[in-house]
Write a protein that binds this ligand. Structure first.
Ligand code: FES
Length: 570
């Protein structure tokens, strides 16, 4: 109760006042003498992925009290993917700042971070890294699968698949409405290898979660038992004052997290989020290291969108443990976890393996070359990503004519125009959809196949952008092109008709236009007009401070070592 007193100029009075008000909550002196465990309450009526947060809080409180602590939940920002305008990424840093300041500004000896939906786990880990109070992560857990006419459904890979069929005219209006009722059948996060599943696995691999927690479905009783154990562990953290996030989230831990991201065939968003969390700790996630670790780490997890199973199947196969076992020789086993043990000790303590077909042996991977490749080239001087495990193998080496969309609005207005001059072997280009350009770098990199081509049966094309893509999406899609077009990156200079070459094997994305022509276009280039509303408030802060994808789209001043002036447009 003495920590971080409100400043009245008299510490004794500040403590007296604080105790007087906390007494109004009905606590006894005995309760207030116990270690205090804060619990971030991320429930929101808009956030179905966090529908079970009240139950988790009760289980965590039970665990805290069983261990002799005092649990105090407190509300913070809650973000759901489908209820965040202009995009959840725009709000991630707001949630991280909110969590950071409320953890720092209120008296607690440790904190339980309840995350789930895509941006929430990264925001909470960014906050924990900056505050460095003992912290432990609990996730809401994945949804169980739905079903439509005998077919198993998973959000949101199947949302996109069926919507694509609806656009092509093979799924009717009535059918798509029925499917919409069944895609998300209950509480929890998307049950494919999207960003939420990725960040849950990555959070456990980083060491910030009790072992075994990443894949337990939201509705499973084990989820509540894991939450209870998390509460108990939080009391130990409060009493001992360690390990702190900075002792856990070391460079070695981030390397382990990237290995797991690659082995899981995880979301490209995971790279951005890990860069942002690491940046809070003064650790640089080098994209070339991501690429190298990927080439050494095969994709083993057979989950949609790259494979066929769902998160509840991964849990039945043992969760993260079988993945760690398969890549154990590649991991930094001495990395410390929140339970005070090393990663190696946690792997050894995990239940013995049993026969299953969700996590493949290293000798028989889903994809031998890693899930995510990093690309460079004259179109992406600071890098770009492609989720090769979810791409069409035939398009991984491709040259085509650019068809350029200048903005999200331009895309929406023209993509389905029957008069659009486009062919299946063209390269669709979307720009001004990056961190500053959209703003918030929305998940619009999954450009729809033009309706007239979809109707002819075209399922995939090379699509490139400075946007992001949902981890639940699939296709030959180059993302996170940096610097983005809105700050003058080379993507801004592409014109319809230019030739673009994608060469994933050699890690290249290039524009085949003479340098003299590009120089002339660069001289003519003007930045896009400011977005309405960016003259004030959080939108202005975002526009002024957001960094590029390779720096995790964090705000410059929130990094341990600011980047200002270090990087910019081309
Ligand atoms: Fe929340 Fe997918 S919408 S995890």
């Amino acid at each position: 109760m003495r920590k971080g007193l409100a400043n009245y100029g008299d510490a004794g009075f500040s403590l007296f006042l604080r105790k007087a008000f906390i007494k109004a909550m009905g606590y006894s002196d005995e309760a207030l003498d116990r270690p205090i465990v804060g619990i971030t309450d991320t429930f929101s009526g808009y956030n179905a992925c966090h529908r079970n947060v009240p139950d988790l809080i009760e289980a965590i409180k039970r665990g805290v009290m069983l261990a002799g602590g005092l649990p105090i939940p407190f509300p913070i920002v809650s973000i759901h993917e489908s209820f965040s305008h202009p995009t959840s990424m725009f709000l991630r840093n707001l949630m991280a700042m909110d969590a950071e300041e409320l953890i720092r500004g209120q008296p607690m000896d440790s904190v339980v971070l309840i995350g789930g939906c895509d941006k929430t786990v990264p925001a909470l880990l960014m906050a924990a890294a900056s505050v460095d109070l003992p912290a432990i992560l609990e996730v809401t857990g994945p949804m169980i699968t739905g079903s439509w006419r005998g077919e198993r459904l998973g959000a949101c890979t199947d949302c996109r698949r069926f919507w694509g069929m609806h656009r092509a005219g093979t799924v009717s209006e009535a059918e798509i409405a029925e499917i919409g009722d069944r895609l998300a059948p209950g509480p929890g996060t998307c049950m494919v290898m999207g960003t939420a599943s990725t960040m849950a696995l990555v959070g456990e691999a980083l060491g910030m979660m009790l072992p075994g927690g990443a894949a337990i479905p939201a509705v499973d009783a084990d989820r509540l038992r894991h939450a209870e154990a998390t509460g108990t562990e939080a009391v130990r953290l409060a009493r001992e004052g360690r390990p702190r996030p900075r002792e856990i989230m070391t460079e070695a831990a981030f390397m382990n997290a990237i290995r797991v991201l690659q082995a899981a065939g995880g979301s490209t968003n995971g790279v951005i989020h890990l860069s942002a969390i690491a940046g809070r700790l003064g650790i640089d996630i080098d994209l070339d290291a991501v690429d190298r670790l990927g080439r050494e780490t095969p994709v083993l997890v057979d989950l949609k969108p790259a494979g066929q199973h769902y998160m509840e199947d991964l849990q039945k196969a043992g969760g993260l443990a079988p993945i760690l076992r398969e890549i154990e020789s590649l991991l930094e086993l001495s990395a410390l976890s929140v339970n005070g043990r090393t990663l190696g000790e946690n792997i050894a303590a995990a239940p013995a393996a049993w026969p299953q077909d969700v996590v493949r042996p290293r000798a028989d991977p889903i994809h031998s070359g890693g899930g995510i490749r990093v690309l460079h080239g004259n179109l992406a001087p600071n890098g770009a990503l492609i989720k090769q495990a979810a791409a069409s193998p035939a398009l991984l080496s491709h040259a085509g004519r650019a068809v350029v969309f200048d903005s999200l609005r331009d895309l929406a207005e023209r993509i389905d125009d029957p008069g659009l001059d486009v062919a299946a072997d063209d390269v669709l280009v979307l720009r001004n959809a990056g961190p500053k350009g959209a703003p918030g770098m929305p998940e619009s990199g999954y450009l729809p196949i033009p309706r007239k081509l979809a109707a002819e049966g075209v399922k995939d094309m090379v699509r490139i952008s400075d946007a992001r893509m949902s981890g639940t999406a699939f296709g030959t899609i180059v993302l996170h092109i940096s610097p983005e077009a809105a700050v003058g990156g080379p993507l801004a200079l592409v014109e319809t008709g230019d030739r673009i070459v994608l060469d994933v094997e050699n890690g290249r994305i290039d524009l085949l236009v003479d340098e003299a022509v590009l120089a002339a276009r660069r001289a003519e280039w003007k930045p896009p007009p400011q977005h309405p509303g960016t003259d004030r408030g959080y939108a202005r802060l975002y526009q002024d401070e957001v960094l590029q994808a390779e720096d995790g789209c964090d705000f410059d001043f929130l990094r341990l070592t600011p980047r200002r002036g270090a990087r910019g447009g081309a």
